[in-house]
Design a protein. Structure first.
Length: 415
């Protein structure tokens, strides 16, 4: 099968990027021909299809962009003629059997869907966040849950300055109104949603259930179960250092506790974390980057457990599964898709999102029971092997591809 994979970045910054590359690799392992469509960037991995890519940038690049480049990004975020045209050329040259998009906003934009508007090539889209219904992608603004844009009221994006800043929020607002009007998402044959929480939320917003398929993510793990012979000696957080991820909640919760905490990752809150460590949190260590997956695995294996203190409706955070892969349990917020991964009292514990007292008590409970942590870690590893392997995901993905190929021309999967 010839499969075109589409994603807004071609280097690894976060979970969606990692999953995109893993999906490409998984398909190639099984003998499928895979083409890529993405954006250009100095950090990109190599691709034989890079000549089709459009100019790109990352969040970190934005402060260094000149006015003209920012103006171009503003227009392309609403509708990218370049992305549509380049993708049409790639479709003509590669002639895929099926196309699979991941994150497209706001560098490629839903303009790429126009390449499939009059094509018989089926298109599936994995929803890594809530951008299809929420311009910010998080269903969160001003520090609290938000669904004000329901019913096409996208002006709330600008009114509440939900996405980065005022110009970016205006761009996101205009993009959503334009693509709603044009019916851009009508070109999508099937929406793939990793969590049942997301599926039900999209149904609430008017997307027909039959236009979606629940297909969890997968991660790589050793064929041999981890030894898990000793209890870890620190608490671990790994991921983006961001307010929506609940980093402040975690640090406030552990402040009075006598325990070591290791933070791995980088993000907007990194300067604040550095200040906290220098002034009062001497038991916290921050490592912005690790050199390899193996190094990260060693840190996870050395922890007593990991914490996922998210404040936003996480879809299906891979950090939970990565922790299970090393035989360790997880404490996570009872929000979004997290409760689907953590079985309370069996593979870890759930706590009320944003409740530092509740989190503190759950941390204290697990620190006082190292043997129980080891048992729950083994349970998590068994859960991982049963439902989140490469083999299971490949079978599910092939079933989706074959179904949309059988059903073409596809019908709409729009709001």
């Amino acid at each position: 099968m010839r499969v075109l994979q589409i994603h807004k970045t071609f280097h690894t910054r976060g979970g969606a990027d990692t999953f995109f590359f893993k999906t490409c690799g998984l398909l190639m392992e099984h003998g499928h021909e895979v083409a890529h469509f993405s954006t250009s960037h100095p950090k990109n991995q190599e691709s034989p299809f890079s000549s089709y890519f459009v100019d790109g940038f990352t969040d970190a690049d934005v402060p260094q962009l000149g006015f003209r480049r920012k103006a171009k990004a503003f227009v392309q975020g609403i509708y990218s003629v370049e992305a549509r045209n380049n993708l049409e050329r790639l479709l003509q040259d590669f002639k895929p059997d099926v196309a699979h998009a991941h994150c497209i906003n706001y560098q490629l934009s839903p303009s790429v869907f126009d390449a499939f508007r009059h094509s018989d090539i089926p298109l599936v889209v994995t929803q890594h966040d809530f951008t299809i219904i929420c311009g910010a992608g998080t269903l969160r603004t001003g520090g609290s849950h938000c669904e004000r844009c329901r019913g096409g009221h996208h002006y709330n994006l600008l009114l509440h300055n939900c996405y980065w800043n005022t110009p970016a929020s205006l761009m996101a607002t205009l993009s959503h109104y334009l693509h709603d009007f044009r019916g851009s998402w009508n070109s999508v044959s099937k929406l793939l949603v990793p969590s049942r929480f997301m599926l039900e939320k999209l149904v609430e917003w008017g997307i027909p259930r039959e236009r979606m398929a629940h297909i969890p993510i997968f991660i790589d793990f050793s064929e041999q179960a981890p030894a898990n012979s000793t209890a870890g000696n620190y608490i671990l957080y790994f991921g983006r250092i961001d307010s929506n991820k609940g980093v402040k909640v975690l640090l406030e919760a552990i402040e009075p506790l006598d325990c070591k905490v290791l933070l791995i990752g980088d993000g907007p809150l990194s300067p604040w974390v550095k200040e906290q460590i220098e002034t009062k949190l001497k038991n916290v260590e921050h490592i912005p980057f690790v050199s390899s997956r193996e190094e990260l695995g060693n840190y996870i294996a050395g922890a007593a457990f990991s914490v996922v203190p998210s404040l936003w409706n996480e879809n299906q955070p891979a950090v939970v599964l990565e922790t299970y892969a090393m035989g360790r349990p997880v404490i996570g917020s009872c929000i979004g898709g997290i409760p689907e991964l953590i079985e309370d009292g069996h593979t870890g514990l759930l706590f009320t999102p944003g409740d530092t007292s509740d989190l503190r008590e759950k941390i204290r409970f697990m620190l006082e029971r190292p043997s129980l942590c080891q048992e729950w870690g083994r349970n998590g590893n068994r859960k991982l092997r049963a439902g989140f392997s490469r083999a299971v995901h490949y079978d599910r993905l092939m079933s989706i591809y074959e179904s949309v190929l059988a059903d073409k021309p596809a019908v709409a999967a729009c709001v």
